[in-house]
Design a protein around this ligand. Structure first.
Ligand code: GNR
Ligand code: NI
Length: 169
């Protein structure tokens, strides 16, 4: 397995709309292993392929306290959503910033698992939030897009400045 590099806002590649996975094969399973390793090392509770510059509809998540309950969702589709939940969200592609975002509290999602078997999953709370956050990545959307333009610009400028300072060290 290998740890992958995570793209950071405002990298334009994060705005790519991912296309469906066409084959659940060993090459894809290698990518899944690398994404899980990258998510656990970060550490994060989810990671979308978009964040590692692979523009296919694939995400991984693990919201368990013990970090031993991974979910792999290939070509996810939200079938039903209801309720509202507000969560302080963070993102590995927007390091260091946490802001409240409202999403559906309960979702039903259909996807292929890592064996290519079609699965339906009902989730609520943090897992539902995380899956919605990751599907947004696959559509080129970031949690900062739900904030005011002023907040988004402030975050972008701070991250750009940090990156400039890293470049000269
Ligand atoms: O690690 C993460 N934490 C998190 C917290 C609240 C809502 C969503 C998330 S996802 C984030 C990892 C990430 O950036 N996934 O794309
Ligand atoms: Ni994210």
């Amino acid at each position: 397995m290998a740890k992958l590099k995570i793209l950071e806002f405002p990298d334009p590649r994060l705005r790519t709309k991912a296309t469906p996975v066409v084959a659940v094969d060993d090459e894809l399973r290698k990518l899944i292993g690398d994404m899980l390793e990258t998510m656990y090392a970060a550490p994060g509770i989810g990671l979308a392929a978009t964040q590692v510059d692979v523009h296919q509809r694939l995400l991984v998540t693990d919201v368990s306290v013990d970090r031993d309950d991974p979910h792999v969702l290939i070509n996810p589709e939200i079938l039903e959503k209801d309720g509202v939940i507000a969560t302080d969200e963070g993102c590995l592609s927007v390091p260091g910033y946490y802001e409240e975002v409202e999403r559906s509290e309960h979702i039903k999602v259909r996807f292929l698992d890592r064996e290519g078997v079609e699965v339906e999953l009902e989730s609520r709370g943090l897992l539902a939030v995380c899956i919605q956050h990751e599907i947004d990545h696959l559509d080129g959307k970031l949690f900062v897009d739900y904030l005011s333009e002023a907040k988004r610009t402030r975050i972008r400028k701070k991250l750009e400045k940090e990156r400039r300072q890293q470049a000269v060290v």
